[in-house]
Design a protein. Structure first.
Length: 289
């Protein structure tokens, strides 16, 4: 959705607001679907559209799909634009959404140096209790349970244009009470339940710097840092992280831990084991050093 916050944001906020007031909801919805589908080069669908207050518009069950299926769908999204900003063609929009059992809120506005509705833009997006296990994109991953849990956090950004990889920003995220599958040289895969994952990141020049990635759980604790080089196809983004894992006594007493002991000789509970994470976001490889 690389153009969403550029010209598409202006199209959505201005056209949707006035169309929802002046025309029947089904006509307004079809027009917006057609316009956004053209901009995003993805199939956009909207279940319903209606005014939500004096200056707000509600989209019901909006989503994006491609030939493989649904990529993203929300229960509802409410856009609250500043009308003056739309007239000036420098959108300033508050966003609130209900999606995958959680809530999203944020603000997107044209930067002071924006010369057109194409940006650049700045703002923030906040997440609260997004259930990763029911996300359409995650559920399509071949290995079930690769990532589950409840996502919360906030990302503050600037310099956002239709070339979304030029965006700059910083974020803090946490995922609680879930599971992750780590593919290693030990066996086919390690299904690791965790209490919480926290991450601090920054983004610039098409690269995400992972300042601190911390895994907390009864079986394994760990900490990583490194970088992710972004690709237009997100799944092909290159991962290069390094850090350490600390299996607990509970882990070593499990069947998987007994197998691991044949590899990690002379290691006892709490000993740090250096690890690297390489490959791509679509195929991450965890390997002991």
């Amino acid at each position: 959705m690389k153009k969403f916050f550029g010209y598409t944001a202006y199209t959505l906020c201005s056209l949707v607001f006035f169309l929802a007031i002046l025309f029947p909801a089904d006509q307004a919805g079809r027009f917006v679907e057609m316009r956004l589908t053209k901009e995003l080069k993805k199939d956009v669908f909207i279940g319903g559209i209606a005014p939500a207050g004096l200056t707000s518009v509600r989209l019901e069950r909006p989503g994006v799909s491609d030939r493989t299926g649904v990529l993203l769908q929300a229960e509802e999204v409410v856009f609250s634009p500043s009308i003056i900003s739309l007239i000036r063609k420098k959108p300033n929009v508050d966003i609130a959404a209900s999606i995958y059992g959680g809530e999203v809120d944020g603000k997107v506005k044209a930067s002071d140096n924006a010369k057109s509705v194409r940006g650049p833009y700045q703002g923030f997006i906040g997440f609260q209790r997004i259930d990763l296990s029911v996300m359409d994109a995650v559920s399509r991953i071949p290995e079930p349970g690769l990532v589950t849990g409840s996502l919360s956090g906030e990302f503050t950004f600037s310099n956002l244009t239709e070339r979304w990889m030029d965006m700059e920003g910083e974020g803090d995220f946490s995922i609680s009470s879930g599971n992750m599958v780590m593919w290693t040289g030990i066996g086919a895969g390690m299904n690791i339940p965790y209490d919480e994952i926290t991450a601090q990141i920054s983004m610039k020049n098409g690269k995400i710097d992972v300042k601190d990635f911390v895994l907390k759980g009864d079986l394994v604790r760990g900490r990583f840092s490194g970088a992710i080089r972004l690709n237009k196809d997100i799944a092909r983004s290159r991962v290069n992280l390094k850090g350490s894992m600390e299996p607990t006594r509970t882990f070593y007493e499990s069947d998987l831990g007994k197998i691991a002991q044949t590899v990690f000789r002379n290691k006892k509970p709490g000993d740090a084991i250096p690890f690297t994470v390489t490959g791509t976001l679509g195929d991450m490889q965890f390997a002991p050093k």
